[in-house]
Design a protein around this ligand. Structure first.
Ligand SMILES: Cc1ncc(COP(=O)(O)O)c(C=O)c1O
Length: 411
């Protein structure tokens, strides 16, 4: 085996001290729909309901001499770091924006227990990131990047390593979501060594095409705007280390998915399979719609990367998907705001009626006509952000889209 394969194999072995391999499951529903052999690598079933635990564990395990770990995050990276802090009995200081939904704060505290201190600072991720870095410089903790760290990338490679072991052969197609590129760069490195014949598709949200931008420019560049609905994958700028491994990929292997459409896949997986996916976790599955002609009869593995869907903001009715609504609702950090002006579902439409009466109606994307989604997820801002911000810390800040590579990201 080559270098990166060896590293991934060893990292996978170490990972077993923390949790068993996540399942690789053949999905009959999707296989039928696409007339292909479709498998899901269920990272939504990891102990923190995303693969981010892997990178955190690998990176922290290699820094055994460090007593304090610091990160900035409002989502999956935070939960991974917290979980590992408790496991390794190391102190963690986790900076989160004051606007972070309570559920995510609670889970982070729960996973970390007494080992973790959560600091709520800043309205936006950039402010939070700056505060965490200032803390690191002052106190000397080890800063854990959510993606642009070779040890984090090596940890994420265990997803692909496990997948190959579990499948027992190379898939024809591997579909991965992309945010800052931790998972995808590790997949490319590993598959280029162990399964070069596997075709990889990289999927990002339309509101955060940082990989497409980097591929076009030949280097990571900062997007001017990011729609953060797909919180895990909404990144303004790819990582330097991650892009080094992704450089040279074909632009036509980078797909982007409109935010509205992702909701239909979240609902489909919930209604049909009972699988709860968060927007970033549904990206790879949703991309199958664009790949349907290419994948017929093939073996395809999609990474369902996370299942931390936040129902905190879900209320009756549907929500608009006008970017202006989102900007009004919470400055764009979360996405969707209820729009009373939107038409209610057609009562004669049995599917719409059924969906509207349940959870699906609450987060419901209700296709009225092919290609047109009428309702959309409401994924945030049920609270008065100003009030919450003042209540929690009094901190506030303005968002500067070019300020950091992690801008706007709910990591
Ligand atoms: C569920 C989920 N999927 C995908 C991603 C994309 O991550 P990466 O930075 O590894 O590209 C993230 C990042 O936080 C995530 O939480």
């Amino acid at each position: 085996m080559t270098d990166f394969s060896n590293q991934a194999a060893e990292a996978t072995e170490r990972m077993r001290q923390l949790f068993p391999a996540t399942p690789l499951q053949r999905n009959d529903h999707l296989s039928n729909v696409y007339d292909a052999d479709i498998w899901l690598k269920r990272e939504d079933l990891s102990p923190v309901r995303s693969y981010k635990l892997r990178g955190a564990f690998n990176a922290m395990g290699k820094q055994a001499d460090k007593d304090v770990f610091v990160c900035a995050s409002a989502g999956n990276h935070a939960q991974g770091v917290a979980y590992v802090c408790r496991h390794l009995q190391k102190k963690g200081v986790i900076f989160m924006p004051v606007t972070t939904p309570e559920q995510k704060i609670r889970k982070t505290r729960l996973f970390g227990g007494a080992w973790v201190q959560v600091q709520l600072v800043g309205d936006y991720f950039d402010d939070t990131l700056r505060a965490s870095q200032a803390y690191c410089a002052e106190v000397g903790g080890h800063f854990l990047s959510p993606f642009d760290d070779p040890d984090v990338i090596e940890g994420q490679a265990t997803v692909t390593y496990e997948m190959l072991e579990q499948l027992g052969r190379s898939p024809d197609v591997f579909v991965v979501p992309v945010g800052g590129g931790g998972l995808s760069s590790s997949a490319r490195r590993l598959l280029s060594e162990r399964a070069p014949e596997t075709e990889i598709f990289y999927v990002e949200p339309s509101g955060g095409k940082s990989l497409a931008a980097a591929v076009q420019a030949g280097a990571p560049i900062a997007l001017e705007q990011v729609d953060t609905f797909v919180d895990g994958a909404a990144v303004a700028k790819m990582g330097v280390n991650t892009f080094a491994a992704l450089k040279g990929i074909d632009a036509d292997h980078v797909l982007d998915i409109p935010e509205d459409r992702i909701c239909t896949t979240i609902l489909d997986m919930l209604n049909t399979e009972g699988i709860v996916l968060e927007p970033a976790g549904a990206l790879a599955l949703d991309a199958l719609k664009d790949l349907k002609d290419k994948i017929k009869g093939k073996t395809v593995v999609c990474v369902s990367s996370g299942g931390n869907f936040d129902f905190e903001g879900v209320e009756g009715g549907r929500a608009g998907h006008d970017p202006a609504d989102r900007a009004r609702s919470d400055g764009g950090r979360h996405s969707h705001q209820y729009d009373p002006a939107r038409p209610v579902p057609d009562p004669d439409d049995a599917r719409a009626a059924r969906e509207c009466s349940g959870v699906a109606g609450r987060i419901g994307a209700l296709p009225k006509a092919p290609g047109r989604a009428r309702g959309i997820c409401r994924a945030g801002a049920p609270y008065d952000r100003q009030q919450l911000s003042e209540r929690r810390s009094g901190a506030s800040g303005r968002r500067d889209p070019s300020a950091s590579p992690l801008n706007g990201r709910d990591l």
